[in-house]
Write a protein that binds this ligand. Sequence first.
Ligand SMILES: [Zn+2]
Length: 82
Amino acid sequence: MSTATLPDVDTRPEGTESTDDDAPEVFHYVQKNKITESAVTGTHVVALCGAVFPVTKSAKPGSPVCPDCKKVFEGLPPGGEE
Ligand SMILES: [Zn+2]
């Protein structure tokens, strides 16, 4: 029951609202309670990879999942073997 070491994250990643042209729009994994809090209060959330952004919109369908978030979510060491 409590074997999982992963944080409580939503299975539905949230997208970033990027203002950088060279930054692709990707899904980030964010704690579910933080998503709710951000949606209500407008505060920024911190994704598993450390990205900070406000939950103001969702990434477009088909957008790639943030590779760093995916590694953390899956418990893979950064730069580990594929
Ligand atoms: Zn991320």
